[in-house]
Write a protein that binds this ligand. Structure first.
Ligand code: FE
Ligand code: FE
Ligand code: ZN
Length: 296
């Protein structure tokens, strides 16, 4: 691998190669890490682990020199872990989270990204309490060493976890704080109102409120909307309201050296943009018009 920048993108996991295919996809982008879902993100149906070519995948990872502890799994976003008003949905959340922790562990990964959920009019205080209670229930009987990274959210609809203070509250109130960390999404914090262009100030603020030692993952995305818009629409690097310079500075920041940086920028005419985006971040050089070849 060219340089030790810990950078990758979300990758698919489809038949016939499943996990082995995910890793091949990451390698094709020149990535040094990646993120994946253990099944479709929008539902909780999951294929048995024995079908997913995990052994073959892990062997390839080892051969390629990937650090398995930096590989990221994203939990399905269908559930609302901050809600407990409907027993059937609560059961789905608890079962899904329990099973995702086990599945993450089975892949040899250590980090599971979780959207904290929506308050649906309850207000974020009550929703945070629900989330903490649900995390405690799941973690009390979980035997893995996987850490749950609570993702910072844009504030679309009634999303919770839109400021560092609220994320800190979640970490502090849980009975198992050592099992929790944070996923900082640049599009989400920008949409929530933070100034991502002031990279050092942003990290200082994160460190002051939460602590950089709790940061487990950074999602590197540009945003289609202005700061504070609460929209959550990702954009390709250099084509949005944050811009390449700040995202590049963040991705290459010495304080984030050991933290996996993951791109979740949109496909362009059904083409993955990640080879180009990874190359530009690694070279610390924006190529004007880099998207044009996909737009023809
Ligand atoms: Fe996410
Ligand atoms: Fe994200
Ligand atoms: Zn998003």
């Amino acid at each position: 691998m060219a340089k030790d920048l810990l950078i990758g993108s979300h990758v698919g996991m489809n038949g016939p190669d499943y996990y082995l295919g995910s890793i091949k996809e990451a390698i094709s982008y020149g990535a040094t890490t990646f993120m994946f879902y253990t099944g479709a993100p929008q539902n909780t149906f999951r294929k048995p682990l024995s079908d997913l070519k995990i052994e073959e995948g892990r062997a390839l990872l080892k051969e390629q020199g990937f650090d398995e502890s930096k590989i990221v799994v994203h939990a399905p976003y269908i559930m609302n872990p901050a809600n407990k008003s409907r027993p059937d949905l609560l059961e789905l959340t608890l079962n899904t989270l329990t099973s995702e922790l086990r599945r993450t562990h089975a892949f040899g990964a250590k980090i599971l990204v979780l959207h904290p959920g929506n308050h649906l009019g309850l207000g974020s205080e009550e929703a945070i309490n629900n989330l903490v209670e649900n995390l405690d229930t799941v973690l009390a009987q979980d035997g893995t060493d996987v850490r749950i990274a609570i993702e910072t959210m844009a504030g679309k609809g009634s999303e919770i976890g839109t400021c560092f203070e609220d994320v800190k509250k979640i970490l502090d109130n849980c009975k198992y704080p050592e099992r929790l960390g944070v996923c900082l999404d640049t599009c989400h914090v920008h949409d929530a109102g933070y100034d991502v262009n002031e990279v050092d100030d942003l990290l200082a603020e994160f460190d002051r409120i939460i602590g950089l030692n709790r940061l487990l993952v950074v999602h590197v995305n540009d945003s289609k909307n202005i700061r504070g818009a609460h929209k959550d629409r990702h954009e390709n690097l250099g084509y949005g309201e944050i811009g390449f310079e700040a995202l590049c500075k963040l991705a290459n920041h010495p304080l984030l050296r050991d933290i996996p940086k993951i791109l979740e920028t949109p496909y362009i005419n059904e083409n993955a943009p990640y080879s180009e985006e990874i190359r530009m971040l690694r070279d610390e050089k924006f190529i004007p018009g880099w998207k044009d070849k996909y737009l023809a």
